[in-house]
Write a protein that binds this ligand. Structure first.
Ligand code: ISE
Length: 330
C-alpha cells in the first residue's frame, strides 16, 4: 500500500517511520506546512515531498492517506481524501468542534472508502486483555470502570493552545477506551477540572488536572482521573469492577530489575512518558489499518467511534465550564 502522510511533526514522523518500516507498505510522499520538516521525514524514509496537501491527496502514487497534521485541519483533509477514493487513517480528534466532526460524518455516511480513527490505545495488549475478560464475562456485569492517565509533563503551551483542551485532546482517547472496554456508551458526564500544574493555561480555558464521572447506558459508572504532570514518569491504570470479579491493567515499569539491599527493595521506575508506554500501539494500529483495507473490511475504530468519543468530550468540556452534569447526545 502506498501511503501519503500529511503532517511531519512528532506524531506524523512516528507514523511515517512506521509506514516506511512496514513489510506491506511504502511511504510515498509527505506534506507539511513546514516544508523543511517534510523534507527531513521524507529524507529518512526515502519518500518524496509534496508541495501541497491537495497535491498529495490527488497523487497517483497514493492509495491511502495518514492525517497527522494539526487538529483544525483534519476535517477538510479527511473529506477530500475520501472523495478522492483514498483510504484514511486520521489522528484524533476529527475536529476541534463536534458540529464540524458531525458534518464530516454526514457527508461521508454513504461512502465505502475505509476510514479509521487513530485511537491507538485499543491496540495495547493489556487494554485488549481487559476487554477480552469483560467480553467473555469473566467479571460478570460491569459496575465501575476506573481509568488513571497521568503525566509525565505538560506539553508545550503552543501545542496546548491549539489542542482543543484536555477533554478533546487527551480525553477522547479514554472516552473511547471506556466505551470499547465496557461495550457501552456513556449517557451523562460530570467533570471537575483545575489548573494545578500551570495556572497560566487557564487563560485559554484549558485545565491540566481533572476528575471525570460518567454514567453508562446500562447503569455502570465510570471514573477517569487526569493529570498533565507527575514527578515519577507515566502513570496509567485501568480497573474494571464487575458483579463477579475485577480485572485491572497495572502501571508499566520500564524494566523488571529489582535490587535487594539492606532493608530496601529498589525496582525500576515507570516509563518516562506516555509515548514510551504505548509506542508499540502505533505500529499495531497501522498494521490493523493496512490489513483491514486489504481484506476489504471496515477498519476499527472507525469514523463512528471517533464521532462518539468526540460527543463525550464535548459534553465533558461543557460540564467543566458549567459545573453541572451534562447529557451526552450522539
Ligand atoms: C496526546 O495528544 C495524545 O494523543 C496522547 O496519547 C495522550 O496521552 C496525551 O495526553 C495527549 O496530549
Amino acid at each position: 500500500m502506498r501511503i501519503g502522510v500529511i503532517g511531519a511533526g512528532f506524531i506524523g514522523s512516528v507514523h511515517g517511520r512506521n509506514i516506511a518500516a512496514h513489510h506491506n507498505a511504502r511511504l510515498s510522499c509527505v506534506y507539511d506546512i513546514d516544508q523543511e520538516r517534510a523534507r527531513r521525514l521524507a529524507g529518512i524514509c526515502d519518500a518524496r515531498v509534496s508541495e501541497s496537501a491537495e497535491a498529495l491527496l490527488g497523487a497517483e502514487d497514493v492509495d491511502a492517506v495518514l492525517i497527522a497534521s494539526s487538529t483544525p485541519t483534519h476535517a477538510d483533509y479527511l473529506k477530500t481524501a475520501v472523495h478522492k477514493g483514498k483510504a484514511v487513517l486520521c489522528e484524533k480528534p476529527i475536529s476541534l468542534d463536534l458540529a464540524t466532526a458531525r458534518e464530516v460524518g454526514e457527508e461521508l455516511s454513504g461512502s465505502k472508502v475505509p476510514v479509521m480513527t487513530g485511537f491507538n490505545r485499543r491496540f495495547d495488549a493489556d487494554y485488549a486483555g481487559l476487554k477480552r475478560a469483560v467480553d467473555v464475562g469473566d467479571i460478570g456485569a460491569v459496575e465501575i470502570a476506573q481509568i488513571t492517565h497521568r503525566g509525565p509533563r505538560l506539553p508545550s503551551l503552543e501545542y496546548l493552545k491549539h489542542s482543543g483542551g484536555q477533554m478533546r485532546d487527551s480525553g477522547v482517547h479514554f472516552f473511547d477506551l471506556l466505551r470499547w472496554i465496557c461495550a457501552d456508551d456513556p449517557v451523562e458526564v460530570f467533570v471537575f477540572g483545575a489548573c494545578l500544574v500551570d495556572p497560566g493555561i487557564a487563560e485559554f480555558g484549558d485545565t491540566d488536572t481533572a476528575v471525570i464521572s460518567l454514567r453508562l447506558s446500562r447503569g455502570a459508572l465510570g471514573q477517569i482521573n487526569f493529570s498533565r504532570r507527575t514527578a515519577y514518569g507515566y502513570d496509567d491504570r485501568i480497573e474494571v469492577f464487575g458483579s463477579e470479579g475485577m480485572v485491572e491493567s497495572q502501571r508499566k515499569r520500564s524494566g523488571d530489575i529489582a535490587l535487594y539491599k539492606g532493608e530496601k527493595i529498589i525496582t525500576d521506575g515507570l516509563n518516562p512518558g506516555w509515548f514510551e508506554r504505548i509506542s508499540d500501539t502505533y505500529r499495531l494500529e497501522l498494521d490493523a489499518f493496512i490489513g483491514a483495507v486489504e481484506r476489504g473490511v471496515s477498519p476499527q475504530p472507525g469514523l463512528e467511534d471517533g464521532l462518539k468519543a468526540q460527543a463525550i468530550a464535548e459534553a465533558a468540556a461543557e460540564s467543566l465550564i458549567t459545573s453541572r452534569p451534562v447529557a451526552v447526545t450522539y
